[in-house]
Structures are given as C-alpha cells and as structure tokens.
Write a protein that binds this ligand. Structure first.
Ligand code: 13P
Length: 252
C-alpha cells in the first residue's frame, strides 16, 4: 500500500505573521508544485491567517500546534479547533512532547483534543515518543503503546480516515541526535501493529506515521525510504525555507 508522504514543519514558538509571509514567498518559489506529497507547516496561532493567505493556492497546508478541547468558554488564553480552522488551519499537532513536558498535556487531554479536531475537520497529527531514560530502560514500546492507547481513546475505526501519527523520540528533538533508520523503522512498525489492534486493518494500512527528531536535508531521504516511515515532522530545519524545501523535495 502506498501512503502519500506527509512532510510537515513545526515552527514551535518562532515567527510572526509578517515573517511567515516572507518565508512562504521564498518557500513557494523553491518548492514549486509537488503533486505526489503533502507539504505542511504548523505555525504559531497568531500567524495562521497570514500564513494561510500567503500559502494561497499552492496546496501547502497550514496548521496549528495545539488547541483546547472545548468549543468555547471561559478558558483565558486558549484557542478552539473552530477558531484555528476559521483562521485557515487544516491540521493540528496534538500531544507534542513539549506540550506534554511543559504544559501538562496528558493522553486523556490529547484524546479530547483529537475529538475536537475531528469535529472541526482538522487533520490530527498525534505525537508520541519516549525519553532517553525510557529508551535506556528498555521501555520504548511500552511507553509508545500506552501513549497511543490513551491518546486514541474513544476513536472509532471509521473516524480514523485522516489520522496522522508522529513518532518523535524526545532524545532526538533539537539535539542533533537522529534515531537511526533501523531504530525509527522498528518503532514505526510497532506503531502500525498497535494501530491494527486498536483501529483495524484499514486504519493500520492507511494511517501515515511521521518521524520527527533532528530531521535534516542530509538524513531525510534515508529515513523516508523506510517502509513504515511515511513522512517527517521537522522542527529546526523547517525554520529556513531552503532547508525545509530541500527536505520536502527529497526524491523518494
Ligand atoms: P527538531 O527537528 O528541531 O529536532 O524538532 C523536532 C520536533 O519537535 C518537531 O515537532
């Protein structure tokens, strides 16, 4: 089964709307038209509208990096799925390890946010991944399984159509230490087996599983050549149009 590659940048807390506009102008010129893959950028909430306008008819998907799970209410500082959708987002990153580590996002919250995302027709990109201590203790699979089960809690097989999973080992994020292609493929295959148990054959075959953690132009191709790696979630290397363009244009 061929899954359409999904190459996503995660800008984290970098770039204003003005900077997003400038970036997209340069990025579009570098990338041109790529009809065989999805290219996406998760931008700060305040930059979504400008980024979406600048992406225009290019096909580049603009997304958010978080949402609250309620539709609306007295939740000062929060932003809903409908709000980011209205601003031009078509996907949302959920349960990124930085949200889990610094802002207390739990699997249970991620599962509620997933429901909110689907309710607003946003493509959910659900992140899982182990810390260095967990890997060294031989607990990678256990941890990834429990994050998957908790984050996908309540999701029915027929709701999984747009689901995207991102495997991001925490020890590889922003450290320059990439998982080897074998290490990444092993966990991706494990995730696919768990998707089979949790959501059935169709979802296991069709769900795109992205790798994230120090993806760069020089390692993207080898990672993306693995049978169960269907895309990338790129942090640092997505902040510059030329390096992200080099990644999304990998020849696969
Ligand atoms: P880096 O690519 O900077 O390691 O970040 C990965 C990441 O967290 C993407 O969500």
């Amino acid at each position: 089964m061929t899954r359409r590659p999904f190459l996503a940048g995660n800008w984290k807390m970098y770039k204003t709307g003005t900077e997003a506009k400038k970036y997209l102008g340069e990025f579009k010129a570098l990338v041109g038209t790529l009809s065989d893959r999805d290219v996406a950028l998760g931008v700060p909430a305040a930059a979504i509208r400008e980024a979406a306008d600048a992406a225009g008819g290019s096909g580049i998907l603009i997304g958010a990096q978080n949402i609250h799970f309620e539709k609306e209410g007295a939740f000062t500082g929060e932003i809903s799925a409908d709000m980011v959708k209205d601003a031009g987002a078509s996907f949302v990153i959920l349960g990124h390890s930085e949200r889990r580590q610094f802002f207390g996002d739990t699997d249970s919250w991620v599962s509620k946010k997933l429901r909110a995302a689907l309710g607003a027709s946003l493509i959910p990109v659900v992140c899982v991944g182990e810390s260095l201590a967990q890997r060294e203790a031989g607990k990678t699979n256990e941890l990834v399984e429990s994050q998957l089960k908790g984050s996908l809690e309540g999701l029915a097989p027929d709701e999984a159509g747009t689901l995207v999973i991102a495997y991001e080992p925490v020890w590889a994020i922003g450290t320059g230490k990439t998982a080897t292609t074998d290490q990444a493929q092993e966990v991706h295959l494990f995730i696919r087996k768990k998707l089979l148990e949790l959501l059935g054959e169709k979802a296991a075959a069709e769900t795109r599983i992205l790798y994230g953690g120090s993806v760069k132009p020089d390692n993207a191709k080898a990672l993306l050549a693995q049978p169960d790696i269907d895309g990338a979630l790129v942090g640092g290397a997505a902040l510059k149009p030329d390096s992200f363009a080099a990644i999304v244009k990998y020849d696969g």
